[in-house]
Design a protein around this ligand. Sequence first.
Ligand code: ATP
Ligand code: MG
Length: 436
Amino acid sequence: MTEKIQAIRGMNDILPAETALWEYFEDTVRGWVRAYGYLGIRTPILERTELFVRSIGAVTDIVEKEMYTFVDELNGESLTLRPEGTASCVRAAIEHNLLYAGPQRLWYRGAMFRHERPQKGRYRQFHQVGVEALGFAGPDIDAEHIVMCARLWRRLGLDGIELELNTLGGTEARARYRARLVKYLERHHDTLDADSKRRLHTNPLRVLDSKSPALQGLIEGAPRLVDDLDEESLRDFEALQVRLRAAGVAFTLNPRLVRGLDYYNGAVYEWVTDRLGAQGTVCAGGRYDELIEQIGGKPAPACGFAMGVERLLALMKTAASAVPGIAPDVYLVHQGEAADRFADQVAERLRDSGIGVLTHCGGGSFKSQMRKADASGARFAVIIGDDEAQAREVSIKPLREAAAQTRVALDEAVDLIRRVCDPRSVIGNQESPSRT
Ligand code: ATP
Ligand code: MG
């Protein structure tokens, strides 16, 4: 036998048994972004490498060791599979002058790629949903983003996600802090690991983001950025906290919170849970007022956040959130030549009314078809023999309750099934319900 070909390590197939949960999540997200007036944007998965180097920062984990970068053999260009969504979103907004029409509330979703060590909650291809507000100075919009996240957790039936908040201040405050931090780290040079030594002079704030257990004591004792903060940042940060308290969103201030990407300034935050082991950050974001200019746009303030879909789905599983099934409403059983032809019409007529129908294919006895109907999870079997076909009627057998089989005219069948099944839950129905 020929050898099997397997998927790439850290890149997962999402199999049919999983898709109900994914689709429920995606439907919920669509209703949620609409509730806040965010418009979708879809950008290519491949970008010029330079875009990420300039935005995320050359001396970050992502750019130094996690990117899938290769040279396009045809023209020698260096290309990278996107490791995150913000850079592409901002690039597209600049390229198409979106900000000329005023500030933009945008959202995206899709696969991201990072060459990390695969483990639970950490993959090489993973998915994010992200939200960006371009051209907004805050702190009102920062509060909107955080309140918005809290609403999504509620809609998904998730609790136990906590908000950690910090501010990185303006450029000058960070420069002052950086100098102080470098002095401190130099005094403890012997304790630093190789990564941190390398970063000491290129990107010392990154040292605070180190996950190495050996460094946690050192990080704990490091000087705090809050002591260097400028008045404006402090004022904005205070105003943000006031808004969050008013909205009833609880948070913890974490002065050690720096983000793994260089473009952040001002308020930054992470949503974390202790229910997922080491990979407990489900969503992260903040302000990035200099990014638009850094990648060639006219200066404009902005902020946003991105969530890890796999981690949120894992959390939904631990919370056993009620996820509607994707079983069909009807399994259509039919036998005989006239019945076959009538069955096709019946199926389309039911679908016209928003009812989900799985039509039996491949023949077989009534008995074996009924077994398949049962296994499909459908609410009803609609049964058509040549008898029914002749009379333009159908027999309906409820499969999930002990009720008798009835024989009715087609229109009556449509009414009866519609009354029981919520047509909005049908796969492929255009309008997805908001479930809260
Ligand atoms: P971490 O500290 O866990 O590496 P990060 O700071 O690198 O996260 P971000 O770049 O802020 O992550 O991405 C936003 C979110 O995307 C994270 O909070 C997480 O939920 C998710 N995420 C990031 N990397 C991965 C990955 N390799 N696999 C699965 N989800 C991920
Ligand atoms: Mg990371």
